[in-house]
Design a protein around this ligand. Structure first.
Ligand code: SF4
Length: 106
């Protein structure tokens, strides 16, 4: 067996041994992940309920990602409930600001 053939036969594509990158799915780290969804859609008069949801949002590792996602979706459709620690009325100025910034960059 020639040295050239031996080299070709023993070449290994090392990229096949590298693990596939795992995509970051922020929802996997949500503090509310295993909580009842209703807790994050409080009735407008249920202030205590809303505060309870916000309590968890303040401790959530992915609060920024959650709020960014809500703002992105809200730029074209209404999103209800507590997202990223804010209710829909508290997010309205942020959505308006984001839309203004997009218009200004065009
Ligand atoms: S910020 Fe609040 S609503 Fe968003 S994922 Fe975290 S706990 Fe859930």
């Amino acid at each position: 067996m020639s040295a050239d053939l031996l080299t070709r036969e023993t070449e290994i594509d090392l990229t096949l041994l590298e693990p596939e990158p795992v995509p970051f799915r922020w929802r996997d780290y949500a503090a509310c992940r295993d909580m009842p969804v209703d807790d994050f859609y409080p009735h407008r008069t249920a202030v205590a309920w809303e505060e309870e949801a916000k309590f968890w949002c303040k401790r959530c590792l992915v609060r920024t990602e959650c709020l960014d996602d809500a703002l992105r979706v809200e730029s074209h459709e209404q999103v209800w409930g507590i997202r990223g620690g804010l209710n829909e009325n508290e997010r309205k100025p942020l959505v308006a600001k984001a839309k203004r910034e997009v218009r200004e960059t065009r």
